[in-house]
Design a binder for this molecule. Structure first.
Ligand code: GLY
Ligand code: MN
Ligand code: MN
Length: 462
């Protein structure tokens, strides 16, 4: 964990932002795979980690905005736990590591919260995403579990987002560590992209690197020759010479900060001309986005500029026709680029998505779009120094979507369906980097994962 002064400072900042009441942060519990004693790898809740740092199950944290008191609820281990888990530090000692002096057994949380409610004190909480925490809140607050997220505190949500959006120097250092592991994962995947190798061998090898780095993957590995399926977790195909392998993967650092990169590699080590032409357009869109990122610009404008690079490039190849800007306004590019340019990244790969994308990515000035494609943009608002985000433009040929647009004549004035249909078996290309917004512009975090086509070909064919 970080030094305790980091956690104290974060909680004190939150106390300046929320007017009154208490904030209740539930930690995560173990999550069973197939029976309660056989669990998935433990992952602490990110906001709990941010304010209370402790990375084990069975905890809740409370910040009292009226008295200024911080408190951790948790149980000390008994001899049974020590037999199975080894010697453990007391809750008091653990709490002291993050600057909290008051601890209380977890069994007293219910009485504590009930008492606050009886006194008319507002209990702020963040929207829960795990079923067990929804049930726990149902019991604590006497609100129905299925509708509990609707009772979450907007004041707390907004304050937490304001704090977590601006990365401290120590957080950027953690993200750099995650990026080093991510770099190794992607270079390994490139080296393994040989005809006759199973996709799952590569997916397994790179997931192993994340674990060997001391953390875990930051999201389930996406690796497929069918890269046109945006989140393709099927790794059951044998690599075939001449196809493209799309790999979207990242690691968590020891303190759970994420990296998230995508690279697209020619199986066998050589892009065909058709692949290379599309690859160059995606790379130009990615580079354009990095170039445009600076404090004060909206990420929506960067998304649209990258979309324009894609539309103009596809027009040169004859897939798009008519006026590029008009096509863009009508969302014609979204046939090929149906997702957003990028998202915030930090303790979560899609940072703070549990707190509500509209609050994380938008504000009163920049509202979400309802146009297909741009509607999937997770971040639109003005950028600030200290934001960390991803740029991940892509071009995909999704046969079902092509068929639907052709049938419905969607954007028929801007799409050359005859040419597009020649790319039906192309797959998809996405190129994703992790970016820090600096005082004057942006910085690609860490050493850039090889992206120049010749560079990728060299690694893939070595
Ligand atoms: N986790 C997939 C992505 O956003 O890149
Ligand atoms: Mn990704
Ligand atoms: Mn991403």
């Amino acid at each position: 964990m970080f030094e305790k002064k980091i956690y104290i400072k974060r909680r004190n900042k939150l106390k300046e932002m929320v007017k009154g009441g208490v904030a209740l942060f539930l930690g995560n519990d173990e999550s069973p795979m197939n029976y309660s004693g056989n669990t998935f790898r433990f992952r602490q809740d990110s906001s709990f980690l941010y304010f209370f740092g402790l990375d084990f199950p069975g905890l809740a944290g409370v910040i009292d905005f009226d008295s200024g008191e911080d408190r951790i609820f948790g149980n000390d281990v008994d001899i049974d736990d020590i037999i199975w888990m080894g010697p453990q530090v007391s809750i008091q000692e653990n709490a002291a590591k993050v600057g909290v002096t008051k601890t209380t057994p977890l069994s007293k949380l219910n009485a504590y919260i009930t008492d606050k409610i009886k006194q008319g004190v507002k209990v702020h909480f963040l929207p829960p995403y795990r079923a067990d925490n929804k049930l726990w809140l149902e019991e604590l607050l006497e609100l129905p579990a299925l509708r509990i997220a609707g009772h979450a505190s907007l004041e707390l949500i907004k304050a937490v987002i304001d704090l977590r959006s601006i990365k401290e120097t120590v957080e950027v250092e953690e993200i750099r560590r995650a990026c080093i592991t991510g770099y190794n994962m992607h270079v390994t995947a490139m080296k393994m992209a040989k005809p006759g190798t199973w996709e799952q061998e590569i997916a397994g090898a790179i997931e192993g690197l994340a674990v060997a780095g001391g953390g875990m993957i930051s999201f389930p590995v996406i690796l497929s020759q069918n890269g046109e399926t945006l989140h393709n977790h099927d790794h059951s195909q044998l690599l075939e010479k001449g196809r493209l392998m799309l790999v979207d993967a990242g690691a968590e650092s020891l303190l759970h900060y994420a990296s998230d990169f995508t690279r697209t590699v020619p199986v066998g080590g050589k892009f065909s001309q058709k692949q290379r032409e599309i690859y160059e357009i995606v790379l130009a869109a990615n580079n354009k986005a990095t170039e445009l990122i600076k404090p004060g610009s909206t990420y929506l404008s960067v998304h649209l500029a990258a979309s324009e690079v894609i539309a103009a490039g596809l027009k040169e190849l004859g897939l798009i026709k008519g006026d590029v800007k008009e096509g863009l306004q009508n969302g014609a590019h979204a046939l090929f680029f149906p997702h957003g340019l990028g998202h915030m990244m930090g303790l979560d790969v899609h940072d703070m998505e549990d707190l509500g994308q509209v609050h994380v990515g938008y504000d009163e000035e920049t509202r979400p779009s309802d146009q297909f494609g741009t509607a999937a943009l997770r971040l639109g608002r003005r950028l600030q120094e200290g934001f960390v985000l991803t740029n991940e433009p892509g071009i995909y040929f999704i046969p079902a979507l092509i068929d639907q647009w052709q049938k419905d004549k969607t954007n028929a004035d801007f799409i050359n369906f005859d040419v597009v249909n020649k790319y039906r078996d192309f797959g998809g290309i996405r190129l994703e980097d992790d970016i820090l917004v600096t005082k004057t512009g942006s910085e690609i975090i860490g050493k850039r994962v090889p992206v120049i086509p010749e560079e990728v070909e060299k690694i893939a064919s070595a």
